[in-house]
Structure formats: C-alpha cells, structure tokens
Design a protein around this ligand. Structure first.
Ligand code: PLP
Length: 390
C-alpha cells in the first residue's frame, strides 16, 4: 500500500498522466509553447513533481501565483523559467529576481522595484507586463501599458520579456467577450509596436482558450487544469474530443484513497454521524474511512449524496462528513472489511468518481475540489518509475 505516515489515507499522483496531458495540450497549441501552471501546490497535486513531469511532456515555462511557490521550485532544483502571475510586493520582487523567477508587473512601483533588483543582480532581467482587458482582477489598464513599457525600455537592467492578459469567460466558447478581450489585447500590442516596443512573447490563453480559441494561443498558452486531466467545462471537453478525432483525451492525474478503518453492523433505522441526518433503510455494515473535511472532503458532500468506491461498488456517504472521518452505507452489496481500499476520487474496478462528479454535486468546479485536498494527505507519485529527474 503506498502511504507515508500512520493513517492509511493518501493521494496518488499519476505523473505519467501529467506528461501525457501536457504533451496533448502542447501538440494542440503548437506552434505556441506551453506554460504549465503549478500554483497552489500544483492544484493540490504537489508542485515540484508535477513541474518535472510537465517539463518531461514539453512544457517550456512554469507559472505560480506566489514568490514562495517559485522559490520552492528553485529549492527543489528546478531551473526552468518560472513566471509569477501576480505582481509581488517590492520585497517579494527582490526575492523573486534574486531567485531568477520572472516577475509580472502592472504598476509603476512594481517596475521600479524590479529595476532596483535587476541593477543589484547586475544582469539583464526579463519582466512581463500584464494588461487588464476586462477580467478586472489584476493587470494595468490598457491606457497605462505604454508608460510601463517605456519605463522598462528606459531601464538598462530590465528587458521586456512578454506582454499578457487573462480571459474571463473562455470556458464558454459561445461568449463573444473573449473576442473583445483579444481585440483589446491586440490594440495594446499594436500601440506598443507604434512606439517601437515589441514584446517577444505574447500570451492570453488558459486551458479553456487553448482548447476553444485558437486565435488566443499566440506565443504561449498557460495551462493549469488541463495538465491535471480535466477540461474547464463540458463545452471545452466536447471541443477537445472533436479536435482529438479518436485519440486519447485528458487523463485525470489525482486519486484520493484510504483504507476502511472500522466496520460496524447496525440495524435498519439507525442514524449515523453528527446531526443524525442519515438513517439506514436496511440492516447492514457501515464503514468508517479516515478522511474528512480537513482533507478536502467537503462537508456538504454528505447531504449532496456523495459516494465512495469500496469493493468496486458505489457506497453512499452515511450522513455528515466530519473533520477526520466519513461513514459509508455498505448495506446491500458485497461484504466490506477493515483494510479494504476506499476510493473517494479515482477508479476501482469498472467504476470511477471524478472531481467533476464532486463539483457537480457541490455546485463548484473541479479546480476547487482538487486544490482543496488538505495538506495532511500524503501525495504519492505513481507512474513515472525510473523517469529521469530534472
Ligand atoms: C490559474 C491561471 C491560469 C490557468 O488556468 P486554467 O483554467 O487552470 O488553465 C492561467 N493564467 C492565469 C493568470 C491564472 O491565474
């Protein structure tokens, strides 16, 4: 049993699936290159291991949200380019440039801090500028980009390495807003060109746009969720299936598993867990599995009819998810015993439960399910035995 620690509960991370997914997305987006987004500890999968597998699959760049996440990749010995997706504080910019992370700037203060750090470093330092084209989260307003680019251009220690934006609704291929955002992005790039400034790398696409909007692929696509084996929306899944024309699609990377801790035989009508909301409708076994809401099994999954695979059969959650444990209604079906494998996410026998299944029950998206798996659960890499480490 692959596990670390005393609790028999673990995440399996299929690194060969990461490599497969990255290769598939890189082929789709070519000649654009692929940036694998490994923020939030690689969407809960373990950033360094995912980063290595993504580089194996042809990723040219990695991206993270925080300076600390980039530093962790450097500490793990990863030397590939790492792009920061938000502008850090001045202190953070200094640390990032010291560790050869590529800073994204969108304020004059950010450019000034990058210039100061680059001068201390004593080598030409690439920065990317981000423009807000309608998402209205981070990025410079379109009319401010020329001034920022001129400030970068005027600073001998800095090099404008890229210009980018982020799309708000690319997961809906029918929404015209993505076209509007791309048009605005091109207008900004054209204005810079008029001033003699030509950012060598332009990028806009997340996984959804890489699949659904070929015109958004530009020089680089920034793929997160696709690398982990999930399409951003059903519409994107359908488009990808068509584009692949029968070839194998994305493979989910993560499985969440545990071993049954206890089995208790109860009469019909007994009520289980906090609040006693769930009643057994026949006599039989209830299994205790050592994963709970601290581990990312949403408390709401109990009332939402969540299921777990045991003995190749779907078993209903028997009532409220607790912090460290869940209960399963194992009445009516094959016998269950302590030590049996329970699959919360992943495959067992002919059955599978995906992060999309949870997301649908919970009214959320696969992203939140995956990166919500808690830090107590060890991540166990599978599927890359003998692969060279980078
Ligand atoms: C998270 C993120 C991505 C990746 O998005 P996916 O939908 O997971 O592909 C790309 N770009 C930015 C700016 C992000 O924050």
């Amino acid at each position: 049993m692959p596990r670390a620690g005393y609790r028999p509960a673990w995440v399996e991370v299929d690194l060969a699936a990461v490599t497969h997914n990255v290769r598939l997305l890189a082929d789709l987006a070519a000649p654009a290159r692929l940036c694998a987004v490994v923020k939030a500890d690689g969407y809960g999968h373990g950033a360094a291991a995912v980063a290595r597998a993504a580089l194996e699959g042809g990723a040219a760049v990695l991206a993270v949200a925080l300076v600390e996440e980039g530093v962790a990749l450097r500490d793990a010995g990863i030397e590939a380019p790492v792009l920061l997706l938000s502008e850090p504080t001045a202190d953070g910019i200094a640390e990032a440039i010291g560790r050869e992370l590529t800073v994204t700037c969108y304020t004059p203060g950010g450019v000034a801090a990058a210039a100061a750090a680059a001068r201390r470093r004593g080598a030409p330092t690439r920065v990317h500028l981000k423009v807000d084209t309608g998402m209205h989260r981070v990025g410079a307003a379109a009319e401010d980009v020329a001034g920022l680019a001129a400030a970068v251009d005027a600073e001998p220690a800095l090099v404008l390495g890229g210009l980018w934006t982020h799309l708000a609704v690319a997961d809906d291929p029918a929404d015209p807003f993505t076209g509007d955002q791309l048009q605005q992005f091109h207008a900004v790039a054209t204005a810079l060109a008029g001033a003699g400034i030509h950012p060598p790398v332009r990028h806009a696409a997340n996984t959804a746009a890489a699949i659904a909007f070929p015109a958004a692929r530009l020089d680089l696509v920034r793929c997160g969720i696709g690398c982990y084996g999930y399409a951003p929306s059903p519409a994107c899944r359908d488009l990808l299936t068509t584009a692949l024309a029968g070839r194998e699609g994305l493979r989910p990377v993560l499985s969440l598993k545990a071993r049954v801790h206890l089995v208790r035989h109860l009469p019909a009508g007994e009520r289980t867990s906090y609040g006693r909301t769930y009643a057994l409708d026949r006599p039989g076994p209830v299994a205790v599995v050592p994963l709970g809401y601290h581990d990312g099994v949403a408390r709401a999954l109990g009332a939402a009819g969540g299921e777990v695979l045991v003995g190749g059969v779907r078993r209903r959650l028997a009532g409220t998810v607790t912090m460290d444990q869940i209960l399963l209604d194992c009445t009516g079906g094959p016998p269950v015993a302590p030590g049996d494998e329970a699959v919360l996410l992943g495959r067992q026998g002919g059955e599978a439960i995906t992060a999309d299944d949870w997301a649908e029950r919970l009214g959320t998206i696969s992203y939140e399910v995956l990166c919500g798996i808690g830090p107590r659960v060890p991540r166990v890499p599978v599927g890359m035995a003998g692969a060279p480490r980078r």
